[in-house]
Design a protein around this ligand. Structure first.
Ligand SMILES: [Zn+2]
Length: 64
């Protein structure tokens, strides 16, 4: 008997057991579910994070 069906989390690819213990299936966790639902929002957040990288360049110049 094989009632341990597993699926791969669409967000991170981690195997998820398809039973009542995985309330967020096919996602492995609520976090991955939110990431998938809000994928468009996550990409918008990447724009300000790139300017953070420019700030870190100034830090390295101060270090020298
Ligand atoms: Zn996941």
């Amino acid at each position: 008997m094989t009632d341990t069906t597993t699926v791969n989390c669409p967000t991170c690819g981690k195997p998820v057991i398809w039973n009542a213990e995985s309330p967020f299936r096919p996602f492995c966790s609520k976090r991955c579910q939110l990431i998938d639902l809000g994928e468009w929002a996550a990409e918008e957040k990447r724009i300000p994070s790139q300017s953070d990288l420019n700030d870190s360049d100034e830090w390295s110049e101060q270090d020298r």
